[in-house]
Design a protein around this ligand. Sequence first.
Ligand code: PEP
Ligand code: CO
Length: 458
Amino acid sequence: MPTSAISSWRDRERIQMPVYTDPTALRAVEARLRQLPPLVFADEARRLRTELAAVSRGEAFLLQGGDCAESFDQFGADQVRDFFKVMLQMAMVLTYGAKVPVVKVGRIAGQFAKPRSAPTEKVGEVELPSYRGDIINGFDFTEAARVPDPERMLQAYTQSAATLNMLRGMAKGGFADVNKVHQWTLDFTAEDKAEAYRDIANALQDTLDFIRAAGLSPRKAEELATVDFYSSHEALLLEYEEGLTRTDPMTGELVAGSGHLIWIGDRTRQPDGAHVDFCRQVINPIGLKCGPTTSSEDLKVLIDTLMNGKLDDAGRLMLITRFGADKVEEHLPRLIDTVEEMGAKVVWTCDPMHGNTIKSATGYKTRPFENVLGEVQEFFRVHGEKGTTPGGVHFEMTGQDVTECTGGLRALTDEDLSDRYHTACDPRLNASQALELAFLVNQLMRAPRSAAAQVASA
Ligand code: PEP
Ligand code: CO
């Protein structure tokens, strides 16, 4: 029997979660998590909800991005800094295109647990349980590494705390100054191959020069030197999530203390499932992945459940669509119609990664840059036609110079993938591909918005 409302997920089917073999060790870790300070706080989660409400109305744009899976081995100050640097550059380029503030949310400081398509993995004749992310088991292809170990939750907590500490410092400590961020972008557009983006970068430079010449009050100058940054991850491992859930003493409401925004994956969105049951109870903004198999009937129930019947509560629910570039036309219009018929106020955002994964000729899981861009284009086009708001984009990306997705201005090929293929799970855009995509989305941003405005005024 559940001990409190937040434990009620334990009565539901256990989907995509490990079965721990040592219940005593598991209970000890859960008890420890309940004692530790939460990583994020109620008012921060509420502030993000307010910002996402603005996104749903088209008054702000969302940029969400980060690793597919954070890793214990590849963690360090350089990785966090380089990731943050590219996020800031993308946000700046997108702000310029969207002409509204960009809400910045990392897939970071908690993005450790992975749903898998198959429970086991076979190499030659050896079959072992699948790797499920560093918070659950180890990546090495050995029997010992693949045993789920609850202690890993504590290491994930510690790494998340250190990551957030660094992000909070960089967001407020001068690292995020617009002039500095712009200088990095100029370095990027100085490359011969990035010539196409130079005009935008120069126009941005003119704007900054103008602001400086016009004279800023000290308070405004400080605002331009700092940013708000939020954390997010898939709430997959519910023992970890429950262990970090806290009751807000001011209101009695439940808050997931593991990250500002949590989302439900495409494989664990059963309307009567454990993950939906957990997420409906916390006040954090909730993301819901929607793929080709999301039926309109399920979506209706999910929206009603996750919004707790308050369909005008904009900022509570974000629908993250991920169909594949060639399937957007088949699925997005019907889901938009469902939401419009219900009159629900949601944030629509596009994950152009998870529906566009293919196997390269050289045997690597990859994503062609043009298909990633293609899904974003389709997302803007359909929302433009429907008169609804394309609220944001969601990328798997890194600040490192990896070779995991093909294409982009450096034209990575299948043969290049083996050079620096470092991901613990899905292929990520590298820093150059991520920034290039921001430039391309910047260009896209104007047309569909004006189309939307025409539909609205017709
Ligand atoms: C992910 O975001 O890493 C993921 C597994 O996505 P999805 O649930 O959409 O497949
Ligand atoms: Co992924």
